[in-house]
Design a protein around this ligand. Structure first.
Ligand code: ADP
Ligand code: MG
Length: 689
C-alpha cells in the first residue's frame, strides 16, 4: 500500500484548480495524469529576460521586458492571417505584437489602444518592422514582471501555455509534503544537495545543477533499489537445482565449434542452474553472435535434469522461426519440441496442453500464450525470454511467478546497450556477454546517402534484385501516437511507388496489419516468393533470410544507433557480401551526421551503443526513446551515466548490509521513494513472493 503521506501527490490532475476536461487532454498527452506528474514535469530550459527602457537598448533575438504604448489594432486580412497590435516605445520605435489564431482574443482585452503596458517576449524583426510574436506576458505595472526575469520553459502541447503550466506547477508544489530523507546525510553534505522538497522548488525556479542532480539521483536510486529488492527476494525463493549429465548435449551435431564467449556463457548459465535459487541471467549478444545455440544448450541442461524448458518469443513470427531452427538442431538428440501460439485451436491445442502437463513435451517455443493460466507444466525448470527489451521488469517478474517452484530465467537481448544502462535496466540480473562473433563474418558495406538521390537508390535495388538476391526497404515507425499515422502512410506510399516499379516482387509488412497478413507477407519473402520487403521496424527483431543482402533504411537519422545496428544485422547472414544504405534527410545536424558516420565505421554493437550515448549526451531523455526501455523521466542520459553507479551502490548497501526496507534506519524513507517514483513493483514482489 502506498504510504498515506503521498496520497495528495497521486490525486488526479483534475483536482488542481483550473483543470477541467479541456486541460486534462493536453496534460495527459504529456504524460501528466496525476499531481506528481506535474511536479516532476521539470522545465526544459529557462529564459532570462533583460528589462530595457526602450527598444534602442535591445537587440533583435533578445528576450526583453519593455514598456510600450498601444497605438492600433490590425485584424488579419484573412481568417488565418496574423492579428497585429502596433505599439511604440518611449523613443518612438514602432513594434508589432503579433498573434496567431485564438491567441488574438486575449490581446483585445489586455492591450487597449492608448494604454501603456509592460511586455515580455522575444524581440524579432519582420519585413523591417520590430515585432514580438505571442508575448509571454503583458502587465500594467513593471513590478509583476521584474520578479520573473528568469522563467522556466516547459514542454507544452496544444492547449497549454507557459503561464498556465507555471500555475499548475505552483499548485503541485503546494501539495508536496516534507518527506523524510532517504539519502545518507554524508552524501547530501558531500555534494551539497538540497532536501527533496527544496530540490523540486529550486529545479522549477531556475537553473540549479545540484537540485536537478538530486532529483535524478532519486529516480535512479528508486530504480536500483527496486531491482536490488527483486534480486534479494529472488535469492530467498525456492528454485530447483538442475544438473545435466551431458547425455543430450553430447548428441548435438553442431556444424561449428563454439566461440569462446559462447562456451563461457554456457558455463555461467549451467553454474546458475545448478544452484538452489532461481537463476536471473541476461545473455547480451549482438545480432548474429549466436545466442540461439547458447539457449539450446541451457534448455538441454534442464531436460537432462528431468525438467521442462520454455522459450518465449516476442512475436509469433519469431516463435515460428525459433521453432524451426531448434527442431532441426534437436533432431539428432530425439528430444521433442512443440510450438504454441495464441492461434492454436481445437485438437492441436489440446494435445500440446496435455503434453506440457504430463511432461511428454520437454521443450516448448511460443509467444506469451505459453504463460496463460490454462497452460500448466509438469515441471517447468527454465524459461528463456528472447529479445528481452520488449518486456519491462514488471512483465519479466510476472512470467516467473508460475508454479510453486520458480523456474530459472535466461533473458536474451540483442540490443547492445552501454554498461551503465545495463545496470539501470537489468540491475536485478547477472550478465553474460557474447562479445565475440563467430568467425568468417563479412562486414556489411554501409553507406550514407542523401535522400534526394532516390532514383539512383531505386536503380541499385533493381540491379540487386536482378542478381536473384533479395532486399529490405525499411521505413521509420516511431512509436508515438502523434506520428504513427503519418509513418504508416509514408510506408504505404513508398510501397505503392516501389510496387509500381517492381510489381508483384514487392511485399509490405507493418505493425498495423492483421497478424495473418503480416505473417503471410513475411512468409512470402522468406520463401523467396517476394524479392523486396518494404517494412516498418517490425523486422527489427530476429528475422533471418540469408538471401537478403541489401537493406535500405529511410530517414536513418530518426533511429537510435542501437536500433540501426540491429536492423542492419538482418543482412550479412549468408555467404554473399551485404550492403546497407542509410538514407538521410538533406539537412542534418552535425551530431546527426556524426552518428550516421559511426554506423559506416563500426560493426560492433557495444561500441556503437557507447558512442551513441556519448554523442547524444545530456539534454535527451531516455523515457521516450525506444520501445520497452525502462523509462527515466527525470534523469537525463548524461545524469544516468554519471550517477547510476553511486545510486546502485547505495541501494545495494541499504538492501544487503543495512537490512533492507524493514531493517535500515532509512527504510521507511526508502519505501517512500519507491512509491514516489513508481518503482513500487520492487515492494509488491516482496509481498507476493
Ligand atoms: P543471434 O545471437 O542473433 O540469435 P543466431 O543464434 O541466430 O544469432 O546465430 C546466427 C548464425 O550464426 C546462425 O546461422 C548460427 O548457426 C551461426 N553460429 C552460431 N554460433 C556459431 C559458431 N560458433 N560458429 C559459426 N557459426 C555460428
Ligand atoms: Mg536470435
Amino acid at each position: 500500500m502506498r504510504p498515506e503521506i503521498l496520497n495528495p501527490l497521486f490525486a488526479e490532475t483534475g483536482s488542481l484548480d483550473g483543470v477541467g476536461p479541456k486541460l486534462r487532454k493536453p496534460l495527459t498527452k504529456l504524460g501528466m495524469e496525476r499531481v506528481r506528474d506535474v511536479l516532476f514535469h521539470l522545465p526544459e530550459r529557462f529564459v532570462t529576460r533583460r528589462a530595457v527602457p526602450d527598444l534602442d537598448a535591445a537587440s533583435v533575438g533578445e528576450q526583453v521586458v519593455v514598456p510600450l504604448t498601444v497605438a492600433e489594432h490590425r485584424a488579419g486580412r484573412s481568417q488565418r492571417g496574423p492579428y497585429r497590435v502596433l505599439a511604440h516605445d518611449a523613443v518612438g520605435n514602432v513594434c508589432a505584437l503579433t498573434y496567431f489564431g485564438k491567441a488574438a482574443f486575449g490581446a483585445k482585452k489586455t492591450l487597449p489602444v492608448g494604454a501603456r503596458r509592460w511586455v515580455a517576449g522575444r524581440l524579432d524583426q519582420y519585413d523591417q518592422m520590430l515585432q514580438i510574436v505571442h508575448p509571454d506576458h503583458v502587465a500594467e505595472s513593471s513590478e509583476a514582471m521584474m520578479g520573473q526575469l528568469t522563467e522556466p520553459v516547459y514542454r507544452l502541447s496544444e492547449g497549454l501555455t507557459q503561464p498556465l503550466m507555471g500555475k499548475l506547477v505552483d499548485q503541485a508544489i503546494g501539495r508536496a509534503p516534507e518527506l523524510p530523507e532517504w539519502i545518507q546525510p554524508s552524501v547530501l553534505a558531500r555534494d551539497g544537495w538540497p532536501d527533496w522538497r527544496e530540490a523540486l522548488v529550486a529545479a522549477h525556479r531556475g537553473e540549479d545543477a545540484k537540485a536537478r542532480d538530486r532529483l535524478a539521483y532519486d529516480e535512479l536510486f528508486a530504480n536500483a533499489l527496486a531491482l536490488m529488492l527483486v534480486r534479494q527476494q529472488n535469492r530467498q525463493r525456492r528454485g530447483q537445482s538442475l544438473q545435466g549429465d551431458g547425455r543430450l548435449r553430447e548428441r548435438l551435431q553442431l556444424p561449428f565449434p563454439l566461440t569462446g564467449a559462447q562456451a563461457r556463457s554456457i558455463e555461467e548459465i549451467a553454474g546458475d542452474m545448478a544452484q538452489a535459487h532461481p537463476m536471473l541471467r541476461l545473455l547480451q549478444g549482438d545480432v548474429g553472435a549466436g545466442k540461439t545455440v547458447v539457449a539450446l544448450e541451457a534448455m538441454l541442461v534442464a531436460v537432462e535434469a528431468g525438467a521442462q524448458a520454455a522459450l518465449l518469443a516476442p512475436t509469433e513470427l519469431l516463435a515460428r522461426q525459433h521453432y524451426e531452427t531448434l527442431r532441426r538442431m534437436l533432431a539428432p538428440t530425439g528430444v521433442e519440441i512443440a510450438l504454441f501460439t495464441g492461434r492454436d485451436k481445437g485438437r492441436a491445442r489440446e494435445s500440446i496442453l496435455m503434453g506440457l502437463l504430463d511432461g511428454s513435451i520437454p521443450i516448448v517455443v511460443g509467444t506469451h500464450a505459453i504463460f496463460q493460466d490454462k497452460v500448466a507444466y509438469r515441471n517447468l525448470g527454465l524459461v528463456v525470454i528472447d529479445e528481452q527489451h520488449r518486456f519491462g521488469v514488471g512483465q519479466r517478474l510476472m512470467l516467473t511467478q508460475k508454479g510453486r517452484v520458480t523456474p530459472h530465467t535466461l533473458a536474451m537481448t540483442a540490443t547492445p546497450i552501454p554498461r551503465t544502462l545495463t545496470l539501470a535496466q537489468y540491475g536485478e540480473m547477472e550478465v553474460s556477454r557474447l562479445d565475440e562473433m563467430p568467425p568468417g563474418r563479412q562486414p556489411i558495406d554501409t553507406r550514407v546517402l542523401p535522400v534526394d538521390r532516390m532514383e539512383d537508390i531505386v536503380g541499385a535495388v533493381e540491379r540487386h534484385m536482378a542478381t536473384g538476391q533479395q532486399a529490405y526497404w525499411v521505413c521509420p515507425m516511431v512509436r508515438d501516437s502523434d506520428s504513427e499515422a503519418a509513418d504508416i502512410a509514408a510506408a504505404e506510399a513508398r510501397y505503392a511507388a516501389l510496387q509500381h516499379r517492381f510489381g508483384q516482387d514487392v511485399v509490405l509488412v507493418h505493425g498495423q496489419l492483421a497478424p495473418e497478413l503480416k505473417d503471410a507477407g513475411m512468409a512470402r519473402f522468406a520463401s523467396g516468393g517476394a524479392k523486396l520487403l518494404v517494412a516498418t521496424t517490425v523486422i527489427e527483431v530476429g528475422v533471418d533470410v540469408p538471401n537478403a543482402t541489401l537493406m535500405v533504411i529511410e530517414q536513418a537519422e530518426r533511429f537510435g544507433l542501437a536500433q540501426l545496428h540491429q536492423l542492419r544485422g538482418r543482412v550479412g547472414r549468408g555467404s554473399e557480401k551485404s550492403t546497407c544504405l542509410l538514407l538521410r534527410s538533406a539537412e542534418l545536424s552535425e551530431t546527426g551526421k556524426a552518428r550516421l558516420a559511426l554506423m559506416r565505421e563500426s560493426q560492433d554493437g557495444f561500441h556503437l551503443a557507447e558512442e551513441d550515448l556519448r554523442l547524444r549526451g545530456g539534454g535527451e531523455l531516455l523515457g521516450t526513446r525506444q520501445s520497452g526501455e525502462e523509462g527515466f523521466n527525470i534523469a537525463s542520459l548524461e545524469q544516468v551515466s554519471r550517477l547510476i553507479q553511486m545510486a546502485s551502490d547505495d541501494a545495494r548497501l541499504l538492501v544487503e548490509n543495512e537490512g533492507g526496507l524493514d531493517g535500515a534506519a532509512r527504510g521507511e524513507a526508502a519505501r517512500l521513494v519507491l512509491y514516489l517514483l513508481e518503482r513500487d513493483w520492487g515492494v509488491q514482489t516482496l509481498r507476493s513472493g
